[in-house]
Design a protein around this ligand. Structure first.
Ligand code: SAM
Length: 279
């Protein structure tokens, strides 16, 4: 496999740090990522930031088709040359955040990407809130972000709760900075988010769920019973709510399980329903 540095040199190009360009070239690492996607031969893949096409090639060998969105126009001739042998790859020149997955795919698809780190959170929000969500996402992200996404109580974060709302998350493997060229400043990790099962929480509660989780995590050191005041509820209402949900109000948001957030959401809906009914 050609090394990223040599490929870029031959086009007289330098990697752009501002676009998060840290390329992978170790075939073992790339296959590990593809394997984690568990692709069936009839499955479609969305790749974010194909870069020089190293991962794209392996995906094209495994999936029925690959749609790859690349923002950097300097890389388009490289991708055309590197991927010329494959007729099941479509390169879209543009910003992934401006692409609508609901129109890109009419059937199910998976996402595989070594993501540009500067927009990891935005990519997650963009794809997870789409109507046609991927059935699985395999993402290379900063290790610290991977740890936060896959956290368990008592170390939950808003990012963990938001990701795990949509599917089961798995920490696949750590990638040392030396696996990339140029080396990023931090270690990375491959994670997967499996959305193929029905969500554990009724999607009708989605908005409410996130409002409550955001309020719960709003002030890191504060107890849940204090942070929930942000919902515009009285202390008495909050106490009732927490008692009904069997949650000790002196706990901090990081200690709650996903099921407890779900119960809390249901109790808020019940309380608000009864307030409306009692008017
Ligand atoms: N997939 C390649 C690999 O693994 O070697 C490159 C990964 S590199 C970490 C991230 C890639 O995303 C770069 O090619 C970069 O130009 C591209 N990129 C950055 N911002 C983007 C955006 N908003 N939309 C699409 N691609 C983007």
């Amino acid at each position: 496999m050609n090394q990223p540095k040599e490929i870029l040199n031959s086009y007289h190009l330098e990697p752009k740090k501002s676009l998060g360009q840290n390329f992978l070239s170790d075939e073992n690492v790339l296959w590990r990522i593809v394997d984690a996607a568990d692709l069936l031969p009839d499955e479609q893949v969305l790749e974010i930031g194909p870069g020089l096409g190293a991962l794209t090639k392996l995906l094209a060998q495994t999936a029925v088709s690959v749609t790859a969105v690349e923002l950097d126009d300097r890389l388009l001739p490289i991708l055309a040359a590197e991927l010329a042998a494959y007729d099941n790859i479509t390169i879209i020149h543009g910003d992934i955040l401006a692409q609508n997955p609901d129109t890109l795919f009419t059937t199910s698809y998976k996402v595989v990407a070594n993501v540009p780190y500067y927009i990891t959170g935005a990519i997650l929000r963009h794809l997870l809130s789409a109507r046609n969500k991927p059935t699985r996402m395999v993402l290379t992200v900063q290790k610290e972000v991977a740890d936060r996404i896959t956290a368990v109580p008592p170390q939950m974060s808003l990012l963990a709760v938001s990701s795990q709302f949509y599917g089961s998350v798995e920490y696949i493997t750590t990638l040392k900075a030396g696996a990339f060229w140029p080396r990023p400043d931090v270690d990375s990790a491959v994670i997967s988010i499996d959305l193929s099962q029905n969500p554990t929480i009724d999607p009708a509660f989605e908005k409410q769920f996130f409002r409550i989780a955001k309020a719960g995590f709003s002030q890191k050191r504060k107890q849940l019973q204090k942070n929930l005041r942000q919902l515009g509820l009285s202390q008495t209402e909050i106490n009732t709510l927490l008692t009904q949900a069997s949650i000790d109000g002196s706990r901090r948001a990081e200690t709650l399980t996903l099921d407890e957030w779900k119960t809390l959401t249901e109790e808020v809906a019940r309380l608000q329903g009864s307030k409306v009914a009692g008017r």
